[in-house]
Design a binder for this molecule. Structure first.
Ligand SMILES: NC(=O)c1ccc[n+]([C@@H]2O[C@H](COP(=O)([O-])OP(=O)(O)OC[C@H]3O[C@@H](n4cnc5c(N)ncnc54)[C@H](OP(=O)(O)O)[C@@H]3O)[C@@H](O)[C@H]2O)c1
Length: 336
């Protein structure tokens, strides 16, 4: 049995081009004692993967040239060599790579139940992006009933959940997204109070219109000019959650920082970065609560699924073109 894998061939400058990864078909090694073989059904495509390709200091080691591209995955255990925790037939999710099969000792993998939620949801709303939204808006954003919450990347994996949690907690929620379809989706289907199409409107005027009394919590997924505009409308004691800066990830020059930062001083506001892994010990509790909200119809989860490991690069680029809705997922095995 061979394993198709996407191997990092070079570090991109700007958007990854055709030579960034190479699709290889390699034999699957024999299992050592205590290892399992996982048939990966779905791969999680995340903006953070772009950062992991840079050879610079971050919260995690960069992917090395010649290695399988790192990614989250969900799949099925199909072989075990006396693994202490997992048996054949178990469904599991964890950190692996853009490949069809993974051999692992199970570190950083945990079992999931496909009868409770579809497998792709375990790498979306009930996985890393959902956890980011949950801890980012509750622990860092510290939302309270009545707060005005503004979130960018609002139709995406993290932003769509951030906005819905804020609604559950009684906030007024405005989302920023690219295009009419996404703006309509977050208001009509997800229940946001308002939307800003940053591709069609002047971001400063639109934030002023939608948040006329200012912003209590800004959840930032994009950075750049949108962050700057949001800083300009903060209310007293506002919280700014720095979750990501996708508008800057493919920059060929240095990242542009906010020029409106003195608004933090004037408004006694805080701006705090967060990394989801810091909350790992509480993931289970968060997933239980979010699962409850999904069951009660209070939280909607959307996965946008594409097929074929050979289509990895063009699917990955949808994160940056915005040509997808909700959580971006790649199915890498035909019979998933
Ligand atoms: N700190 C953490 O622990 C952590 C964990 C997970 C994710 N993140 C970060 O959270 C952010 C969202 O991640 P996600 O998984 O939910 O991705 P996502 O929102 O599902 O996908 C990315 C979206 O970003 C938008 N976008 C792309 N280029 C943009 C630009 N130049 N300006 C404004 N918007 C742009 C696109 O939507 P539009 O069509 O609306 O433009 C695109 O669909 C990312 O920055 C990611 O790195 C951080």
């Amino acid at each position: 049995m061979n394993n198709k894998q996407q191997i990092l061939k070079k570090r991109p400058v700007g958007l990854p081009d055709e030579d960034t990864w190479e699709l290889q078909s390699n034999p699957i090694p024999e299992l050592n004692k205590g290892e399992v073989l996982i048939k990966q059904h779905y791969i999680s495509l995340d903006p953070a993967m772009r950062g992991w390709m840079n050879d610079s200091k971050s919260y995690i080691e960069p992917v090395q040239i010649g290695d399988v591209m790192r990614a989250g995955a969900v799949g099925e255990v199909i072989k075990s060599n006396e693994h202490p925790k997992f048996k054949v037939g178990d469904y599991v999710t964890g950190w692996s790579g853009v490949q069809q099969y993974a051999v692992t000792d199970g570190t950083n993998w945990h079992q999931v139940d496909p009868s409770l939620a579809p497998l792709p949801m375990y790498i979306g709303t009930l996985g890393m992006p959902g956890m980011t939204a949950y801890f980012g808006i509750l622990e860092v954003g510290k939302i309270k009933e009545g707060d005005v919450v503004l979130v960018s990347g609002a139709a995406g994996a993290v932003g769509s959940i951030v906005g819905q949690i804020a609604k559950i907690k009684g906030c007024r929620v405005i989302g920023i997204a690219g295009g009419e379809k996404k703006c309509k989706y977050i208001v009509d289907e997800l229940g946001f109070d308002g939307a800003i199409d940053y591709k069609a409107e002047n971001i400063h005027t639109a934030i002023k219109r939608e948040c006329s009394k200012g912003i209590d919590v800004y959840f930032d997924n994009v950075g750049g000019e949108i962050l700057d505009a949001a800083l300009g409308r903060l209310r007293m004691h506002a919280r700014v959650v720095i979750c990501g800066a996708i508008s800057q990830y493919n920059n060929k020059t240095a990242i542009k920082g906010p020029s409106n930062y003195l608004s933090l001083l004037v408004n006694r506001a805080t701006m705090q970065g967060m990394v989801v892994m810091d909350y790992a010990k509480d993931y289970r509790k968060a997933a239980m609560e979010m699962g409850g909200w999904i069951k009660q119809g209070k939280l909607k989860s959307k996965e946008d699924i594409y097929e074929g490991i050979e289509n990895f690069r063009e699917t990955f680029l949808r994160l940056f073109s915005g040509d997808k809705m909700g959580k971006l997922v790649l199915k890498v095995i035909e019979d998933a």
